[in-house]
Design a protein around this ligand. Sequence first.
Ligand code: FAD
Ligand code: SF4
Length: 536
Amino acid sequence: MRTDKIVPLPPRGEPPASRTPPRAQLFPDDESLLPEGSVVDGRYASHDVVDGADYVVIGTGAAGATAAVTLASAGYSVILVEEGEWVRTKEFTADVDPAMKRMYRDLAAQITVGPATYAVFQGRCVGGSTTINSAIALRAPDQVIERWGTAFGLGREVTPAILAPHFDALEKSLNVVAVAERVAGNHNTLFDKAAKQLGIQAQPIRRYDGGCLGSASCITGCPNGKKLGMNITYVPQTLKHGARLYTSFKALRLQTRWGRATGVEAQAPTGAMAVFQASRGVVVAASVVQTPGILKRSGVKLHALGRHFQAQPGTSFVARFDKTVAMDFGATQGFNSTHFVESDRFKIESLSLPPELLTLNLPGIGPSLTSKLHDYKHLLNWAMVLRAETEGRVVSMFGKDLVMFAPTQSDLGRVRSGLKKLAELMFAAGAKEVWPNIRGMGALKGPDDLRMFDSAPLNPSYYSLMLSHLFGTARMGPDARDAVVGTDFQVHGLRGAYVVDASVFPTNLGVNPQHSIMAMARLGATRIIERPLPKI
Ligand SMILES: Cc1cc2nc3c(=O)[nH]c(=O)nc-3n(C[C@H](O)[C@H](O)[C@H](O)COP(=O)(O)OP(=O)(O)OC[C@H]3O[C@@H](n4cnc5c(N)ncnc54)[C@H](O)[C@@H]3O)c2cc1C
Ligand code: SF4
């Protein structure tokens, strides 16, 4: 007899009233609510552009938007340059295909180079990856930041105590709260139940939450305007402070003169060129993959640039239940556990995927795959994220920024252990069948089959990893011989060029990075304001 408490679902095919997007509603990214002339769309640029401001910020994601709003609200004029377009909330749907085409880098087909090919997911749109992410907001563990001080020379310049007020301010401004019970959904509550049964500490996930309705579609953009990504928060706020945003303009390089950054050259898809003059400085926040290329094209030759790439690769897999799970209702990611982060370097979490993406995790083709998809309401998908030890590189070749990443045997061993733990949790939650997403490994029918994981080969090509938590390619440190920026976030040897994204992180974290990226970007912008360079 089944005893699990399942939240009643609406009749098949009929969404709960709360999930129907209120399309007539105005959201903060609506054109009519933004200052006139504050957004220039490069898709329609018919002639070259010259503009100027105190600061030019490259990238509108977690780091760029946070730095921009901090600078603009302190009274500085700001120009934001964004390679992607601004897809507005009123255009968001749960359809995966158009979302990936318009908002993901390389149509979501960016991959690593190396012994195995893994997906590298990044947003390429206004709001960057925050527009298409799950809004998980976790602080970096204190031990990680303390180690940056002792092992990477950040000393007393970046400490948990220095970051704390920035985390506090972000949590207040972006309403960081735990997922509400009413929108948890079964795929999240089952995680809680299984964790309790196995004695594993787990918590509802804290997120940037403006009143989530549980539509489980964070990764295609929140159609309800409830996920507080940069696209509907700090970017519109920056514009209201008088800033201008150039969308669909790709920053090519920094302009420099006598060892100082003076502006940015950019190009629109129409071929129109732009020069954005920066009288006080340029803030680079184009992400761990794109920032090194921009700096290299600007003549920065530091040895560490593009090296020390780190990641927290993730993978997820599916279980089938007899009872209805309906993972299309509930916060996309609502429960997680950091229980194994310190001991085994992996974090586990629930993750709802739409049917189109679930095909990547389901075995079989043709009728075998179709029948599994047909059973969507009975399927559940959970994920693990590894704090990998592997270091890779980002290189610019053929006009592209390529990620080279080859996981070590010990990293793969930890992935395997994480997957085994997740499968154990799935069975504790009542799963009848588990498909482990490791090449050559068949379906698991019960806890006795868990031992099959122990003989899975530690071969990179056997695992289906996905990289979206990225770090380290312009790392911070006092010595220009093995770091790219100092603790003032300024590029060694190039005054007025600042980097504030996760490229500057000396290491990965063990938890989802957006919150720490924003705290560091806020610290960086604050330091720029406190230690301004003379205007040129
Ligand atoms: C699907 C997905 C889910 C995730 N879920 C979470 C989560 O729930 N919680 C969490 O903590 N983390 C999550 N992450 C990771 C998190 O979103 C990123 O770590 C974070 O957004 C990175 O911040 P960033 O500012 O460095 O880069 P981004 O947010 O990616 O922004 C960089 C921006 O720079 C722009 N850009 C790049 N090159 C140029 C150029 N040459 N000129 C102009 N603009 C340029 C890009 O188009 C992009 O908009 C997720 C990531 C993905 C992809
Ligand atoms: S689950 Fe995500 S997309 Fe859906 S309402 Fe909540 S925040 Fe928005």
